[in-house]
Design a protein. Structure first.
Length: 221
């Protein structure tokens, strides 16, 4: 009985080895490239026709998966025409390598003319509601009003927020110099260097408030 069991087990193992060595399954590999520059086409979808088996290429256009001789392989990628390739059914090895060339898919759209207004009635309505530019007198009044507003702003006293910020800055300065002599920029060489450099650059010539730089005149369109 033991010998019979060993014989049956040997027959099953031999049958498995013969079936595994029988041709019919191959390692199908390759690279997908463009037809004009032979650059790799990454993430190309590869599918065996009439089946759910397939894969996608990596960043360098390489792919590898299990297939059978005679399978029809479909290649598809955005911006390229679909490719179709049939694996030869006369292979004598268990692996097969190929280069799949993808041709660009150019789509020509019909000519489209864009008008500013869909119809004459909408153009008439927009023209009626069009804002006409002011004349020179109106623009001068606007510029004077802006200058007067700037003068009023400079003459206004500090509000609560500004006064609080000024007070806090003074307190910080007092705490920083507590127990020592207050900071005197007259004895600070770095402050003197900055002063001399600013004087050489002519920065002190620009002491007056330039209203026209802060508020450019409205010269119209």
């Amino acid at each position: 009985m033991k010998r019979l069991f060993l014989l049956i087990l040997l027959i099953v193992c031999c049958h498995t080895l013969i079936t595994a060595q029988r041709p019919g399954i191959i390692q199908f590999s390759g690279i997908v490239v463009t037809g004009d520059s032979l650059k790799p086409v990454p993430f190309t979808h590869i599918l065996i026709e009439k089946s759910s088996r397939g894969t996608i290429t990596d960043y360098y256009g390489f792919f590898s998966f299990i297939a059978r001789p005679g399978d029809v392989v479909l290649f598809s990628s955005v911006g390229f025409k679909k490719g179709r390739y049939k694996i030869p059914d006369t292979l004598s090895t268990d692996h097969y390598t190929m280069f799949q060339v993808m041709q660009p898919d150019t789509v020509y759209l019909p000519e489209t003319i864009i008008y500013p207004w869909p119809n004459p009635s909408q153009f008439h309505e927009a023209f009626i509601s069009l804002r006409v530019p002011d004349d020179d007198y109106d623009r001068a009044l606007k510029n004077i009003a802006m200058i007067a507003a700037k003068d009023s702003y400079l003459k206004l006293p500090m509000d609560g927020s500004t006064s609080y910020k000024h007070f806090i800055q003074n307190q910080i300065q007092n705490y920083y110099t507590m127990g020592q002599m207050p900071i005197n920029n007259l004895l600070n060489p770095f402050a003197w260097a900055s002063f001399i450099k600013a004087w050489q650059n002519g920065d002190f010539k620009k002491t007056e408030v330039d209203y026209w730089n802060n508020f450019p005149p409205d010269n119209g369109p």
